[in-house]
Design a protein around this ligand. Structure first.
Ligand SMILES: Cc1ncc(COP(=O)(O)O)c(C=O)c1O
Length: 387
């Protein structure tokens, strides 16, 4: 198969098909900057805790996951009945789509691709709402005006892959506009704990807006993608609607037993915040210094693309680069693919952006890792500059 005929993998963390694409050996050493996981995780106590709870694998989990939900409710300041424990944030996304089967969805794009996949799976009619091309910001008035009655709106905060954050005030305004036209708003907060400087979750708004559905994940903060734990917060009646669509025992015993100790581990969260406060601005400045165009990030990853210099497309408008007809789009994408390949060959796996509406492969997403890994990324970028 020629390189161009090979599909790009749908998610980060999938090195094998990318190594094959560039005819590199399967054991080519790589630092994975494509998956946005906390490099400090999982917390050191996790393996011992898993071993201690493993005898419980011989029984079915308690179907209501009471103690896990109580810990989440305590942390979020909601009632236990407002919490649904899910098999990762991904299951929560699919349960929300299932409960709106056949309806209408509006997705603020570019964003996490599973919202569209879940909506398609349940026959929702999907419309994309493009974020501002220059900085991926969102104007709540303009978005609110385009909400047809009964629409399910999907927002990601902070947004994957743009690393931008819609302000709490903007979400509040949107919730008000949405409520007036009988629309529900899904806000995916999978990365909320990485926001720098830290910002509160939207959970307190659940008391005022029964059209708000909040999705959370334990995957990213605790670096436990194989565990599969997330949760959903909403009004009690909405949670009931999602719960009746969930398969029984959807979350396994080991995962459910880890929830309370994870959310209660304030020391791990404090260490994470300290790493973010030091490393996030340092890497952002380092990336800019290599000549990349960097979308100012509020979280633990960066959306970047080669600067105008290296694209040799000086004079192209931003819109051209975003995917409007014209040569800029194609040339910009070629420069990005060259950078992707160069990084891969020097041992850095970046996240491509093929499949994100409005990005179409013209950008790369890079995760924030620990200091020495981040330095290796910067060195790899600088090497290319001087060659
Ligand atoms: C924005 C967002 N939401 C949800 C998920 C799914 O998380 P989980 O692994 O908990 O299913 C991801 C995973 O990449 C994500 O980026």
């Amino acid at each position: 198969m020629t390189r161009d005929a090979m599909p790009w993998p749908a998610h980060g963390g999938q090195a094998a098909p990318l190594l094959a694409r560039y005819a590199l050996p399967a054991d080519h050493p790589l630092l994975d900057f494509s998956a946005n996981l906390n490099p400090l995780g999982p917390p050191a106590w996790v393996p011992a805790r898993l071993a201690a709870t493993s005898p419980g694998l011989a029984r079915y989990p308690a179907p209501d996951y009471r103690s896990a939900r109580e810990a989440i409710a305590r942390e979020a300041g909601v009632t236990v009945e407002q919490v649904l424990l899910t098999n990762g944030g991904a299951e929560a996304i699919f349960l929300v789509a299932a409960a709106h089967a056949g309806g209408r969805a509006l997705i603020a794009q570019p964003t996490f691709t599973e919202y569209a996949r879940a909506c398609r799976a349940f026959g929702l009619t999907i419309e994309d709402y493009p974020l501002a091309p220059a900085d991926f910001s969102l104007d709540p008035e303009r978005l609110g005006a385009s909400l047809a009655p009964g629409t399910l709106l999907w927002l990601c905060r902070p947004n994957n892959p743009t690393a931008t954050l819609v302000s709490r005030d903007a979400v509040e305004r949107l919730l008000t506009l949405a409520a007036a036209s009988d629309c529900r708003v899904v806000v995916d907060e999978a990365f909320i704990d990485f926001v720098t400087p830290p910002e509160e979750s939207l959970a307190p708004l659940l008391g005022r807006f029964d059209n708000l559905i909040l999705l959370r994940s334990l995957t990213k903060l605790y670096a436990l993608p194989g565990l599969r734990v997330g949760y959903l917060l909403a009004s009690e009646s909405l949670v009931h609607q999602f719960h009746v669509r969930q398969p029984p025992w959807s979350v396994n015993h080991l995962a459910a037993e880890l929830v309370a100790p994870l959310v209660d581990d304030s020391v791990f969260l404090a260490r994470t915040r300290q790493w973010l406060a030091e490393e996030q601005p340092r890497l952002q400045a380092g990336l800019v210094a290599t000549g990349l165009e960097v979308i100012p990030s509020r979280t633990n990853f960066f959306l970047v693309r080669p600067g105008a210099e290296s694209e040799k497309t000086a004079g192209q408008s931003q819109l051209d680069m975003m995917g409007e007809p014209g040569t800029g789009r194609r040339e910009g994408r070629a420069a990005t693919e060259t950078l992707f390949e160069r990084l891969l060959r020097s041992g850095i796996l970046a996240r491509h952006t093929h499949g994100f509406p409005g990005l179409d492969g013209g950008w790369l997403r890079l995760a924030l890792r620990d200091r020495s890994d981040n330095d290796r990324l910067l060195a790899a970028l600088a090497e290319g500059e001087s060659s």
